[in-house]
Design a binder for this molecule. Structure first.
Ligand code: KIV
Ligand code: NA
Length: 275
């Protein structure tokens, strides 16, 4: 399994870091077989798996439940778990308890935290306690209500400067990597060149140290609309619906099951049974 220092080395060597989200056992197994560098148990869980329209409804228990399944499927891959809405804001003590839970109860390797400002002291407390932290700046979905929706961040110079400053502060606080979501590619490139820690982009252009995409988005699985920054590499939803439809048709027409899918008793036993 890779370590936080391996990711730093990958940046230094110009080797791109591949991250994908996973939320369950089969998805994690697929990601590990595909040899990704890092798996994220994202709180996008709320949207793509649980059917909410926001990540703010995702709880610590939800994250623990899904991260456990992911670790069972990807025991040899570095797994990062999102700290859900409000799990790292109340007090440093609460943050430490929640961060520890995400690692101890699931076997994951690190946590991810949205934002800077008030959470910087929490990031450094986690790192000092031995919990690796990935920071997440730019579009931070847990604050979408405050940001006024899901839109590109850092488009004007002032907003861009603030993100650069925050990125520096997250690194100083001890984060070992930074996810940059939905920011202009020039800004992501600038932050990538300034920071020693690797940047992992999603809607941040190609000049970052790695990329992350949501499993369901990249596979075309159960999502109707995807953002501009998503590339869909497969269309598994159609195959799945077709499979279920074929099954339904065969059941309705008495085609399934055949003898091939049925069990039998021998004649002697049948006679004994009915006398
Ligand atoms: O929850 C998530 O999937 C994420 C990625 C989009 C970075 O935070
Ligand atoms: Na997230």
């Amino acid at each position: 399994m890779k370590t936080t220092t391996d990711f730093l080395a990958m940046k230094e060597q110009g080797q791109k870091i591949v991250m994908v989200t996973a939320y369950d056992y089969p998805g994690a197994k697929q990601a590990e077989h595909a040899n990704v560098d890092m798996i994220l148990v994202g709180d996008s869980l709320g949207n793509v798996v649980l059917g909410y329209d926001s990540t703010i409804y995702v709880t610590m228990d939800d994250m623990v439940h899904h991260a456990k399944a992911v670790k069972r499927g990807a025991g040899n891959t570095f797994v990062v778990v999102d700290m859900p809405f409000m799990s790292c804001h109340l007090s440093v003590r609460d943050t430490l308890i929640n961060g520890a839970r995400l690692l101890q109860e699931t076997g994951a390797q690190a946590v991810k935290i949205e934002g800077a400002d008030e959470v910087l002291t929490h990031i450094s407390a986690l790192v000092r306690a031995g919990i690796p932290v990935v920071s997440h700046l730019g579009l931070t979905p847990q604050s979408a209500a405050v940001l006024g929706g899901y839109k590109v961040q850092g488009k004007d110079a002032e907003a861009a400067r603030k993100i650069v400053e925050d990125a520096r502060k997250c690194q100083e606080a001890g984060a070992f990597a930074l996810v940059l979501e939905c920011v202009p590619k020039q800004l992501a490139e600038e932050i990538t060149s300034i920071l020693a820690i690797p940047t992992i982009g999603i809607g941040a252009g190609v000049n970052v140290d790695g990329q992350v995409l949501v499993y369901h988005d990249l596979l075309g699985y159960g999502v109707e609309r995807v953002s501009k920054f998503v590339k869909t590499y497969a269309r598994v939803n159609e195959a799945m619906v077709q499979g279920i439809q074929a099954y339904a048709d065969e059941v309705r027409n008495g085609i399934f099951p055949t003898d091939q899918h049925s069990f039998t008793m021998n004649e002697e036993e049948l006679k004994t049974l009915y006398g």
